[in-house]
Structure formats: structure tokens, C-alpha cells
Design a protein around this ligand. Structure first.
Ligand code: FAD
Length: 967
């Protein structure tokens, strides 16, 4: 002490009166603080008052003072630890003395807390001090907070009871009555306390108090899990092996920033995974504080979020030369922008690879965006990750469906060295019970997509939502998806019940979500399983669910007790039924790549590490695992990036530059604006449009369609391709303005751009060469003519005879039929190979009546053994016309195909909205127009059940039209 006295203002005061040592130490500490404050104040005063400085500059006082400051500064810069030592030796003696007393006094704890709140070097020392004292002292500290500080911090009240094992400070959760009316964040975490008036530093200390509960267990089960005899995988732990004990130690010692760095070394998505991981079965599930595990998840997202709020991000990327410009590593394609794809893209971009992420939707984030609602996971967090990837030079191409817009092989041909498939498991499962086809029954994917992705509940959105306000909504399932759907419906005013076939204990949802759902007055109907749905015969809307009452039997393969029907039933009201039964893997990628091996569940097989059966193609996340978790997906994406894709590059520098140039060109084509190049008004609300979409045009085949998003807040609608030109990179669409979206498209002008065009989607037409001169008959009703046109052309090119029966209301709404127009051009090109019959309802042109008239004549002729034999009939147009054609040909046993553009949302099979009930071997089976179609055997379609689906959202569509003045 004495040898430091000349630098220590407290010692320099020369006070030597004999006092008890703790008083002496405490006074020194106080004086030290006081002196520092005064010096700081004087310095500021001097700096501000420049005139005064001028005057004072020459004075002796100032010179002495300046010397003192310079000396202090020098010591501070050269030996900061010196001040710590001074403080530690002085202050900690005083503090130790206090801690040796039976309890900490009120004045002391308040002063101590105030020092902690200061957030300076000293407060860090104090944090470290507390972190390092024995548990008994820590308890004393918590008792003092509980006893003396609960007036200012009500969360301290009772904290000392059972602390640390059984008690901690809970994060702030908004009250159920308030939160279930909006989509704002429910669990506001520790930062939620800022909304109650606490400062950021006070909140940091609340987090620190939670961390103080940690035992620093040597075996670190939260990180590595717990070994279970005879089991390969440990129980629990962190799938990406975040060094949790180390993070807690650093935070305990006040080094929050370093703790954050340690987390991001293992997991670049802590702000996401901290909120959605099932911590109760992972890190917290094996925490040795068994009664009340440490809030590891909350702490995990607190760190990045608090740094974000204070604009103190540890991963400010700064100036980066884009890997595309450097071109010293070969390009990588990432398919899908869920957590597995985003992590993969982030890490590879960081390693200097030029990366393009190809995403089927118009928005990025996968389930994190379209599945998990904003009240659990704000979209801005996904945007943050996307932004980081962009800053590292990563590129994104949206509305790009791999397997349709391009194959894996064509991505490689386009210059991409390796491909990571992170396409998730987006194909919803259904129960296949009677009545499931009814309106008002949909998958959770569809419901959540309409709300989360398309924002159907917001003013101005074009996407219709089912009626929920005051309605009975039942959600079938017990996982996170069920909770999200139920809580979303609750926020939209529904009276919501969750129907689950086991009991609450077996529910696979995150415990927190289930708990929140119950708090939000969502009813649980356990040991119930839907047996059938009943509905209104006129409206075709569901009205009731008949539930089997279940009981639990022996455990099944999952270890959970198997539910079995008791034979008893329960019938409940249901205006909306949401199926949350899990998802299977979408077959689109697999179907386009025969060498890509998949399991019997459709998941992509991993051959070694994360590599698939196709060379240089990797996978991970739900695509490989089936429905899993975000952190597992992130772990797979990381492993594939760092341990497998980032390996020795087998190209020389000029080869790499060439690959980069090609992949960059391809990426730009994918990102091209869907600009409208030409518009032709075909009359009576029908418009023909030529739109730039080079990659769609390159891959389009007859019979396919595109999914169009008119504007950002628009609705996704399917439109069949009327034509395309791969050389000009354009597609032709013909749109009849019926709903508000199609009407708004029809108002667009040359030079404007659609917000998104994805495609070509659906299966191309199956083309068969008829060798015996049979004719292929097309019945096209109204705007059915444009989709018929390219299929007809392919048949003609194949050498088939074609009969076109084109029906219109009257001659004034006919199009493409004059000389020089498409139909007549075909006739000119193919001569007698093409017969054309026009029919108008009013007889103003061609045959009077519907298309079924001439068709029936041909069928009758065939029956009598006359005329050209009909090979098949392809019918496209209004649903009622297709049905009539189908009913007619059924009697004659002539193969008939209908092309169904039903109500689609995602148009890739993810939502199940385009369900077509068909009967196969006497059983009703669900087909999906976007995956199995759009062309389906019309004779197996159950038209009675299918047609009402077109009218499902009629009311909402009428409202939208009114809103836009489009009636
Ligand atoms: P996904 O997140 O599914 O992303 C796949 C992406 O690929 C999508 O954007 C999709 O559009 C795109 N894609 C698909 N096919 C193609 C194609 N052919 N071409 C281009 N792009 C394509 N997990 C948790 O850990 N905690 C939770 O609380 C939780 N809640 C959930 C709630 C819901 C409603 C759902 C549905 C899932 C939830 N999960 C939760 C699961 C978790 O979200 C997933 O395990 C995780 O998102 C999987 O990530 P992924 O990267 O494999 O795929």
C-alpha cells in the first residue's frame, strides 16, 4: 500500500487516525471513487471551458494537476491491472470484512449494488469477486438483495428461498391477457425488464444473477450431454456444442462480450436458437440444478440481442471484398434458406467462397419465417442473418425451385462446384379420415403460411384467411407446429382447442410453448383422435369433428405409450380444423435427380459425413432428418460447410475464375426483375402479358405453370404457361381478371415488374405418340385456350392428330382465333393434322352451345365405328366445364385428363391447399394439383368434393375486390 501512496489520492490525503480495518478500507474505497469523480469532473470542465483553459493554462495549480492526471493516465494505460490491484487489495479487504458478518447490511448492499450498476472497470472487479466467493457468501449476497432491495427490484423478493438450486430470476413474459391479442413477442426475456423501466445495465445484472447460480460442473452436461449406457448418443447437451460452462464463467466474471464470442464460435444463430431450441431436453434438460435449470436459452439470446440494442455487435463485418470479385474459390450453391442453408451460406461466405442461396419462396428463412410466428421469433432476426450473409458477399435468388427451375446437375453446369441441399421437410401429413376434404380444414403449414409469410391478417394483404373470430378452431397434434397454429388462431379471435391422441406428458412441443398456450386459455383435449369430420351439405364447410376417445397402451418404438381407441366417441364443434401432424420431405428435388438416394420416408440419404449419394452434393437439416429442430439443422449446415465443403479445391486459378464468372451470370439471371415486356388486351378483362423470366423460359415444358406474386403484399397465384421463349428469356401469361390479384396484374403496364415469378411448376404433360391416327381432343373453355395451346403444339410436333374444341361465351370474347393469330398459325403450320371447332354459348360464332356438344358427337361417331378414334381428351378451363367433359367421356371409357389450377398458396406442395380428392380402388386419396398435377385423370377426381374448394375464400375475395374498387 505505502509504495503506491503517491498515486493513490486516498492515501495521499494523509489520514492516519486509527480505525477498525474495515472502516479504513471502506473509506479508502469511497475516497478513491470520490477523487476519481472529481478529477473526471474537473477534466470535463476544463475541456469544455476552452476560454478558461486559456486563462488557466499558465497557472501552477493547473500544472500540478495536469501532472497528476498525466501520471494517472500513463499508469492506467501501461498498467491497468495496477488499479485493479489497488482496488482489489483495498476494496476487497473491506468487502471481505462485510461478507464475514452474519448478514450484509442495507447500506452496504445498496452501495455495493450501485457500484455494480456503474458498469466500469470496478464493477467488473466486483462481479468477478462475487463469482469467485464461496457459495455461502453468494447466498448471503442474494439474501441481502432479497431483504434490502426488493422495493426497487420486486423480482428479488423471495429469491433467496432455495437459491441457487430451486430459485432464479425469471425472464419477463408478457401477461397472457395482453399478449394473446397481438403478434408481439411473448417471451421478452431479461430485456423485457427494460420495458418496466430498468436500465440496460440493471438488466445485465439480472442476467448475471441468473448466471451466478451456475455450479461450473466439471463434466459440463449442458454442453456435452450425459452418457447413457448402451446408447451411442448422449442424452441432452448442445447439438452444436456451445461451450456453455465457459460462457457462464465469462459472464459470471463480467466478461459478457467474450462470452458472446465463445457462443458464436460454435453457433452463428444464437438469437434464433436461444428462442426456439427445446432446451428442456437439451442443455437445460441435463442441468444439475434439476429443480430449476439455469435459463441457458434465455441467456443465449440475451447476449446478441442486448448487443444489437446497444449497437455493439461483435460481428460487425466491416469492409469485405466480395468473394465473387476475388474469384479465388469456386462457387457453392445452397438450396433452401432455412437454418441449415443460412448457416451453411454464412460460414462458406466467411471462408471466402462465392455462395448463392436458391430459395423456392419469395422470402428467406424457411420455417423460421413461414412457420414460427413472430410472437415467438421476430422476422427481423432472420433478416439480420440474411444481411450478414449479404455483407459477406453471399447472393440470394428467390422464387427458384430446385428440381423445377433447375436440376442439381444444371446448377453444377452453371458453374457451382458443390451444392448443399437444405430443403427441409415441408410436405404436410393428413389423417385421411372421412370429411377431411371439406372447406375449413387445412394443414398448419397452409394456415401459418397465410398468416406468417403472406401476412393475411394485416390490413392491405391480398391473401385470404379462414374466418377465425369467435369461431371454434381445433388444432390436431401436440408438437411445436400445433402450438404455433393454436396460438396464432387464438390471436385471431378463435376459441381454440388442441386435440391430441396421447396425454399432456407425451406432447412433443417445447414445454414453454405448451405452458404459454395453456395460459392463453387454449383448451387441451387429450386422448382424442379425429375419426371423421361432419359438415354443412350446402356450404361444404366443416361444422363438427367426431373424435375417438383414446387410452394409452404399451410403449411404442418412440418409447411413448401407444394410444388405442376405446370405442367411445366425442363430437365437438369445429368451424376451422388445422392439421399439425408433422411433415414429410418434399419429393421435388429427389424426383428431378434419379441418383439422389432417399430413405423409405423420403428423407435424403447421407452416405458419409453430410454428403449424399451424388458427388459434391451435401445435405442436412430436416431434408435429411425428417422433422427435427432448428439447432440440429444449423449443426448440419455448419458441419457440411466447415468439415466437408471447405476442402482442397481441385481447380487452378483460371478455372476458378471461369466457374465464378459462369455462376455469377447464372445468379444474375435468377435475380432478374420479372419485367413486363408487352401487354395485349384480349378484351373483356383478359390480358396477355410477356414477362421476363429467363430461367423459367429456359426450362418450361408444356403443361406447366408458374406461381406469380403481383406485388410485395400480394397473393401467390398459379398461372398456366401460355408460351415461352428461351432465347428472349420471356414467358407468356394470359390472365382473366376474376379475383383482386388477377385484376391488379391486368392493370400493370409495360416496364413494371411482378414481385415474383416462380416456375416452371407442376409436372409437364405426359405426351404419347398415337401411332394409329387417333386424335387427341382438347376442350378449352375461355381462358383454357392459352394453357391448351403449348400442349396442343407439342402433340402436333410429335406427329399426333389434334382436334381443338374451343368454347367461348360469344364471338366478341374470342381471342387467338383470327388469321395470323396463334390457333390459325398452328393450322397454317400443321394443316390437316389439326381440326378446329369453335363453339359459342349464344351461337354467335361456330357451333351453338358448350364444348361438350361437338365432343359428344365425336364420341357417338366413335361408338358407331365412324370418324377418327379419340386417343384421349384433355380438358382445361372453368371447373364446371371440365367436370361436364369428364362426366361425358366417362360413359364412353375415353381417357380424360383435366388440368387443375385450384387454390394454391406455395404451389410446391408445402401447404396442401391444392388438395384434389380422388378415388383409387374405392378409397379416397389426397392428390395435390401442384405436385401430382396440374394434369390429373379426371375420372378418378371426386368432383362433388373438389368443386366447392374453389369457393372456399369467395367472401374474402369479394371483400378484397371492394377494397380495391375492382368490382
Ligand atoms: P426449413 O426451415 O424447412 O427450410 C427449408 C427451405 O427450403 C424453405 O425455405 C423452403 O421453401 C426451401 N425449399 C424447399 N424445397 C426447395 C426447392 N426445391 N428449391 C429451393 N428451395 C426449396 N424447431 C425448433 O428447434 N424449435 C421450435 O420451436 C420449432 N418450432 C417449429 C414450428 C413450426 C410451425 C414448424 C413447421 C417447425 C418448427 N420447428 C422448430 C422445426 C424447425 O423449424 C426445423 O427443424 C428447421 O427449420 C429445419 O431447418 P431446415 O434448414 O432443414 O429447413
Amino acid at each position: 500500500m505505502s509504495d503506491h501512496s503517491e498515486q493513490n489520492p486516498a492515501a495521499a490525503s494523509g489520514e492516519t487516525t486509527a480505525k477498525p480495518s474495515h472502516v479504513y478500507h471502506r473509506e479508502n474505497v469511497d475516497r478513491y471513487i470520490q477523487a476519481n469523480r472529481e478529477m473526471e469532473a474537473t477534466r470535463r470542465h476544463l475541456a469544455d471551458a476552452s476560454e478558461a483553459i486559456h486563462e488557466l493554462e499558465g497557472s501552477e495549480d493547473v500544472a500540478v494537476f495536469q501532472k497528476q492526471i498525466d501520471l494517472l493516465k500513463r499508469r492506467l494505460y501501461e498498467q491497468p491491472e495496477f488499479f485493479h490491484q489497488v482496488f482489489i487489495s483495498e476494496g476487497s479487504n473491506a468487502i471481505t470484512w462485510e461478507f464475514q458478518q452474519p448478514e450484509l447490511g442495507k447500506d452496504f448492499i445498496r452501495a455495493f449494488w450501485n457500484l455494480l450498476v456503474r458498469e466500469d472497470a470496478m464493477s467488473t472487479v466486483l462481479m468477478r469477486f462475487i463469482w469467485n466467493v464461496p457459495l455461502g457468501y453468494k447466498r448471503k449476497f442474494i439474501r441481502a438483495l432479497d431483504t434490502h432491495m426488493k422495493d426497487r427490484y420486486p423480482m428479488f423478493e423471495g429469491l433467496s428461498q432455495g437459491w441457487p438450486a430451486e430459485n432464479g430470476i425469471s425472464p419477463y413474459i408478457r401477461p397472457p391477457a395482453e399478449r394473446c391479442k397481438d403478434f408481439d413477442l411473448v417471451s421478452q426475456g431479461y430485456l423485457g425488464y427494460m420495458g418496466l423501466g430498468y436500465s440496460a445495465r440493471e438488466v445485465e445484472l439480472l442476467v448475471w444473477l441468473e448466471v451466478l447460480r451456475d455450479k461450473q460442473c466439471e463434466d459440463g452436461p449442458c454442453q456435452v450431454g450425459v452418457e447413457i449406457p448402451d446408447q451411442e448418443e448422449p442424452k441432452g447437451g448442445c447439438p452444436v456444442r456451445i461451450h456453455i460452462p465457459e460462457v457462464l464463467r465469462l459472464m459470471g466474471e463480467g466478461n459478457f462480450r467474450r462470452a458472446m464470442e465463445v457462443i458464436t464460435e460454435s453457433n452463428p444463430l444464437p438469437n434464433v436458437t436461444g428462442r426456439v431450441c427445446p432446451q428442456e431436453v437439451q442443455c437445460q434438460g441435463v442441468c444439475k440444478q434439476t429443480k430449476r435449470p439455469i435459463e441457458i436459452g434465455q441467456i443465449e439470446w440475451y447476449l446478441p440481442q442486448s448487443m444489437k440494442l446497444s449497437a455493439d455487435s461483435i460481428d460487425d463485418i466491416g469492409e469485405v471484398v466480395s468473394p465473387w470479385a476475388k474469384a479465388d474459390r469456386p462457387p457453392i450453391a445452397v438450396v433452401g434458406s432455412g437454418p441449415s442453408g443460412l448457416i451453411n451460406a454464412y460460414l462458406l461466405s466467411k471462408e471466402g467462397f462465392p455462395v448463392t442461396v436458391f430459395e423456392a419462396f419469395h422470402e428467406l428463412g424457411g420455417v423460421l419465417r413461414y412457420g414460427i410466428p413472430e410472437f415467438r421469433l421476430p422476422n427481423e432476426l432472420v433478416d439480420d442473418v440474411v444481411q450478414k450473409i449479404r455483407l459477406l458477399g453471399g447472393q440470394f435468388v428467390t422464387n427458384f425451385v430446385v428440381g423445377k427451375t433447375a436440376t442439381l446437375e444444371s446448377l453444377k453446369r452453371a458453374g457451382f462446384w458443390k451444392v448443399f441441399i437444405g430443403t427441409g421437410a415441408g410436405l404436410p401429413k393428413f389423417l385421411n379420415v372421412p370429411g377431411e376434404h371439406m372447406n375449413g380444414i387445412m394443414s398448419a403449414n397452409e394456415f401459418l403460411t397465410r398468416v406468417n409469410l403472406m401476412q393475411g391478417h394485416r390490413e392491405g394483404s391480398e391473401t385470404p384467411l379462414p374466418e377465425t373470430d369467435g369461431k371454434h378452431v381445433i388444432v390436431i397434434g401436440g408438437g411445436n407446429t400445433a402450438m404455433d397454429a393454436a396460438r396464432t388462431a387464438r390471436r385471431l379471435g378463435g376459441k381454440v382447442s388442441i386435440v391430441y391422441r396421447r396425454t399432456q406428458e407425451e406432447m412433443p412441443a417445447r414445454v414453454e410453448e405448451l405452458h404459454h398456450a395453456l395460459e392463453e386459455e387454449i383448451d387441451l383435449k387429450v386422448l382424442r383422435s379425429p375419426k371423421a369430420f361432419l359438415g354443412d351439405e350446402k356450404t361444404h364447410f366443416v361444422s363438427h369433428a367426431v373424435l375417438d376417445i383414446m387410452e394409452l397402451g404399451e410403449p411404442d418404438a418412440s418409447g411413448r405409450r401407444r394410444p388405442a381407441a376405446t370405442g367411445r366417441e366425442d363430437t365437438i364443434e369445429a368451424d376451422l380444423v388445422i392439421m399439425a401432424l408433422g411433415n414429410a420431405t418434399n419429393p421435388i428435388v429427389k424426383d428431378s435427380e434419379p441418383d439422389l438416394k432417399t430413405s423409405k420416408w423420403g428423407t435424403i440419404e447421407i452416405v458419409t459425413g453430410q454428403e449424399t449419394s451424388v458427388d459434391d452434393v451435401y445435405t442436412g437439416g430436416d431434408a435429411a432428418r425428417g422433422g427435427s429442430t432448428a439447432i440440429n439443422a444449423a449443426g448440419d449446415g455448419k458441419k457440411a460447410a466447415l468439415q466437408e465443403i471447405n476442402e482442397r479445391v481441385p481447380f487452378n486459378a483460371s478455372e476458378i475464375r471461369e466457374l465464378v464468372a459462369r455462376a455469377e451470370h447464372y445468379t444474375k439471371q435468377g435475380q432478374a426483375r420479372a419485367e413486363i415486356i408487352a401487354v395485349t388486351d384480349l378484351g373483356l378483362g383478359i390480358v396477355e402479358m410477356e414477362v421476363r423470366a429467363p430461367l423459367v423460359a429456359k426450362n418450361a415444358r408444356a403443361g406447366q405453370f408458374v406461381r406469380v406474386l403481383q406485388a410485395e403484399k400480394g397473393e401467390l397465384i398459379p398461372l398456366t404457361l401460355a408460351d415461352w421463349n428461351s432465347e428472349t428469356g420471356t414467358i407468356t401469361l394470359v390472365i382473366q381478371g376474376l379475383g383482386s390479384s388477377s385484376k391488379m396484374i391486368n392493370r400493370m403496364q409495360v416496364g413494371e415488374a411482378l414481385a415474383g415469378v416462380a416456375g416452371p411448376l407442376g409436372r409437364p404433360s405426359e405426351l404419347h405418340r398415337y401411332e394409329n391416327g387417333e386424335t387427341v381432343v382438347f376442350t378449352a373453355g375461355g381462358v383454357g385456350l392459352p394453357p391448351v395451346y403449348p400442349i396442343m403444339r407439342e402433340h402436333l410436333r410429335l406427329g399426333n392428330h389434334v382436334t381443338l374444341i374451343a368454347g367461348f361465351r360469344s364471338s366478341d370474347v374470342m381471342f387467338w382465333t383470327d388469321a395470323g393469330e396463334r390457333v390459325e398459325e398452328l393450322r397454317a403450320e400443321f394443316g390437316e393434322q389439326l381440326d378446329v371447332i369453335y363453339a359459342t354459348n349464344d351461337g354467335s360464332y361456330g357451333v351453338k352451345g358448350f364444348v361438350t356438344g361437338p365432343l359428344e358427337q365425336m364420341l357417338e361417331q366413335n361408338k358407331a365405328g365412324n370418324g377418327r378414334t379419340i386417343g384421349e381428351v384433355i380438358t382445361i378451363g372453368p371447373p364446371l366445364m371440365m367436370r361436364s367433359v369428364s362426366d361425358l367421356t366417362r360413359g364412353y371409357g375415353v381417357k380424360t385428363v383435366a388440368s387443375l389450377n385450384s387454390i394454391m398458396v406455395d404451389a410446391t406442395g408445402m401447404c396442401g391447399a391444392c388438395m384434389v380428392p380422388v378415388t383409387i380402388d374405392g378409397k379416397m386419396v389426397r392428390k395435390h394439383a401442384c405436385i401430382d398435377g396440374p394434369e390429373l385423370d379426371s375420372h378418378i377426381i371426386d368432383w362433388d368434393k373438389f368443386l366447392p374448394r374453389f369457393l372456399q375464400f369467395r367472401e374474402q375475395e369479394e371483400k378484397n375486390k371492394l377494397r380495391h374498387g375492382l368490382n
